[in-house]
Design a binder for this molecule. Structure first.
Ligand code: PDD
Length: 302
């Protein structure tokens, strides 16, 4: 069966999924999105992802197109229809389609699109050697906490990374401090073993992987700090890594060509990666257990 997509109330073959030419997402990037990881057919950290989605919508005064319980049902139905084991569910909501005027249209209903994507396990080489990042000026707007579909600066810097043979671009504010990657949060490990990532503010997207990893770190008793760090501090750090729903915890071993630490993936980084993978397996097992005992919250209107 061909892969299916969900578009405004209908499941369609992925290739036939389409929205109106005057959709405000298409014309103004007037919309938001979420990427929810799927492991063993289970949505990981679904609630925090949906909390962030609802927050992004509220900040932009876009209505929820359907109830939250319905979003959950659609995501599960797509996972089922697409036989998705490991990968992601992509959700996009725009303000809707209307004749092109910048100000909000008086009568408009939001557009909802959902797709899935199967992802292969991360390549061995990435975990064995770590990845390279470059640093670039952060030229984005001042509301990076909103998961907006307006991603042109992120696209441009990811392309610059690709052209430099790097995996990611770390964006840097005008005080020389790293904000985040184009689609990941940035971390370092200091000489005394403290895991450092920038504090959540309007300067970064508060990653759900970032938040879950902070929980893992707290539970394991590792030292951590949420504060900005400079590019110079990162280059002199013992370890570095990035987090996201698709990269999980990925070791960074070069920054602008400079080896981080001994140039190999760090011990704490790899321990955290393992603990994060275990955390996801635990989430999947808990959800399956809840479903088996009939306590899973899946019904519309529940
Ligand atoms: N990107 N920062 C930015 C700018 C991001 O776009 C993302 C996610 C993150 C990490 O957030 P999370 O841990 O919730 O995935 C940080 C997604 C994966 C994307 O755009 O594909």
């Amino acid at each position: 069966m061909p892969r299916q997509a969900y578009v405004n109330g209908r499941y369609l073959p992925h290739r036939q999924g389409a929205v109106h030419i005057e959709d405000r997402g298409f014309q103004f990037a007037d919309g938001v999105y979420e990427v929810v990881p799927v492991r063993e057919r289970i949505l990981i950290d679904e609630e925090p992802h949906l909390d962030r989605l609802e927050r992004s919508l509220r900040e932009l005064r876009i209505a929820m197109p359907v109830q939250r319980a319905t979003l959950k049902l659609i995501a599960r139905e797509l996972i089922r229809r697409n036989d998705l084991s490991n990968g992601l569910v992509y959700m996009q909501i725009t303000r809707g389609s209307a004749p092109r005027e910048h100000a909000f249209p008086a009568h408009v209903s939001p557009t909802l699109v959902m797709t899935t994507r199967q992802l292969k396990p991360h390549r061995e080489a990435l975990l064995r050697d770590g990845v390279a990042v470059i640093t670039v000026p952060d030229i984005r707007w001042r509301r990076c906490d909103i998961k907006s579909i307006g991603l042109l600066p992120n696209v441009l810097v990811k392309q610059a990374a690709a052209e430099a043979g790097a995996y990611e671009a770390w964006q840097v504010d005008d005080q020389g401090r790293v904000t985040e990657g184009s689609s990941t949060n940035a971390w370092i490990v200091t000489e005394d073993g403290t895991a450092v990532t920038r504090d959540a503010s309007q300067a970064i997207l508060n990653g759900i992987t970032r938040l879950s990893l902070l929980k893992v770190i707290r539970a394991a008793g590792y030292g951590f700090a949420e504060r900005p760090f400079t590019v110079a501090e990162a280059k002199a750090a013992r370890e570095a890594f990035i987090t996201s729903s698709t990269s999980y915890v990925m070791p960074v071993t070069r920054i602008d060509g400079v080896p981080v630490g001994d140039g190999r993936p760090g011990a704490l980084t790899m321990a955290l990666r393992q603990q994060y993978v275990d955390y996801m397996a635990g989430c999947a097992a808990a959800e399956r257990g809840a479903a088996a005992t009939g306590s899973a919250e899946t019904g519309v209107g529940a």
